[in-house]
Ligand binder design. Structure first.
Ligand SMILES: *Cc1c(COP(=O)(O)O)cnc(C)c1O
Length: 402
């Protein structure tokens, strides 16, 4: 996925970026306090406060701050008992980070398709895989095709819309699997009234620069189990068993968020509701503004979901619209409007060769037709109007493709 502009690049004259951070609250005050007091590193009141506020926000028992969402996923999977040669089921249509976390442990992804309406991991296909594609051996679930043990399900709340978790949790219960919810895109979203991030046994959040709230870079592991959270904290701080004599009984990680970053996170969290409201408003305005444009489609919002609307993707039907998604991307680029395709489906990723593919035609079609539109929290109505007009005018292939 290469784009002409880096996410997070400052907006130039007339340029409309895909998604840039919004900093307008107490960030400066809290970060300055860290610098003034010398509490800049991985211990400090803001780390604790950020964890407490996230836990309270999600109604979770525990939250542990990490340097990134990927790091939180890595440790979450480790705590789920995933090890070398095991398998984890995740959707093919996602940013690759959760699959990388699986590979860090020497385990392998099993790549499932997404459902065509809500674009979330297809629980029916996963059920088919577990019931027919696997056999039970010594109380373990073994993939017939690969001979590997299936240990966990890793649904991703794609684009901020929660995955359909109830059937996945039922499958996990039936087959003795752990569910790690990748909620790195869905903070602020709801599933049947419950907050995204705590729908599985363990959840992972991200505060990367283009996420709903940001710490520059950061993540959080969320769970209810105190022992699990203690293990997460221990492993993320180099697994020190004796902090004075530096005795280590296990391999640990340097994955702890700094106080400076947490200070920024505390300030950003104060604005979460405003930011999600802005994201949802932007998404709704695209739906309304593009409703009459031939060949433009949207992800359906499930009745059981309140999407955080992290990204605002459209689908471009090349025949009905008169040009394909990449042609439209080029046309918009020419007018200073940054858009981006969806990710290459993971079953097609060279980095993940050797992963088990359950068959993912929907992911392939969404990848071909999908385009994410500018959706910064600070996107002005007039800039958004410009994007909508450009897409409406781009129809019929009148503009230059990249
Ligand atoms: C952003 C993202 C991650 C990784 O989060 P980082 O904080 O960037 O490491 C993981 N999974 C998905 C689906 C993401 O979009």
């Amino acid at each position: 996925m290469s784009t002409p502009f880096e996410p997070g690049a400052p907006a130039g004259e007339g340029f409309i970026p895909l998604c840039v951070p919004e900093v307008r609250g107490n960030e400066w005050t809290y970060v300055k306090e860290c610098l003034d007091t010398g509490w800049v590193s991985s211990v400090g009141k803001y780390v604790t406060r950020f964890e407490e506020r996230i836990a309270a926000r999600l109604g979770a028992g525990q939250a542990v701050a990490f340097t990134s969402g990927t790091a939180a996923l890595h440790v979450a999977l480790l705590l789920a008992g995933v090890g070398p040669g095991d398998e984890v089921v995740l959707p093919s249509l996602t940013f690759i980070a959760p699959a990388f976390a699986v590979r860090y442990l020497g385990a392998w992804p099993v790549l499932a398709d997404v459902d065509p309406r809500h674009w979330q991991m297809d629980a029916e296909q996963v059920r088919g895989f577990l019931t027919e594609g696997c056999r039970s051996q010594d109380g373990q679930v073994v993939n017939r095709a690969t001979g590997r043990r299936v240990k966990a399900l890793l649904p991703v709340d794609l684009m901020g819309h929660p995955a359909d978790m109830d059937p996945l949790m039922a499958l996990a219960e039936e087959f003795g699997l752990t569910v790690v919810e990748d909620a790195t895109e869905s903070l602020g979203g709801l599933y049947k009234g419950r907050p995204a991030g705590r729908l599985g046994h363990i959840g992972a959040l991200s505060f990367n620069g283009n996420k709903i709230i940001t710490t520059g870079g950061g993540g959080m592991l969320v769970c209810d189990d105190q022992t699990l959270a203690q293990r997460a904290r221990y492993l993320s701080t180099q697994a020190k068993d004796d902090p004075l004599e530096y005795v280590h009984c296990q391999v640990g990680f340097n994955y702890r968020l700094s106080n400076i970053q947490a200070a920024m996170g505390c300030a950003q969290l104060e604005s979460l509701d405003d930011y999600v409201a802005a994201k949802r408003r932007i998404h709704q305005a695209y739906r309304e503004g593009l409703a009459g444009v031939p060949g433009i489609g949207f992800m359906a919002q499930a009745g059981w979901a309140v999407s955080a609307c992290w990204m605002s993707p459209i689908l471009v039907d090349p025949v009905a619209h008169g040009q394909d998604s990449r042609g439209l991307l080029g046309a918009l680029h020419g007018q200073g409007i940054q858009t981006r395709p969806l990710w290459q489906p993971l079953h097609q990723s060279p980095a993940l060769a050797g992963s088990h593919n359950l068959g993912c035609p929907v992911s392939e079609r969404l990848h071909q037709q999908g385009l994410c539109l500018p959706c910064s929290v600070g996107l002005t109505p007039s800039d958004q109007e410009r994007v909508i007009r450009a897409i409406a005018a781009g129809q019929g292939g009148g503009s230059q493709a990249a």
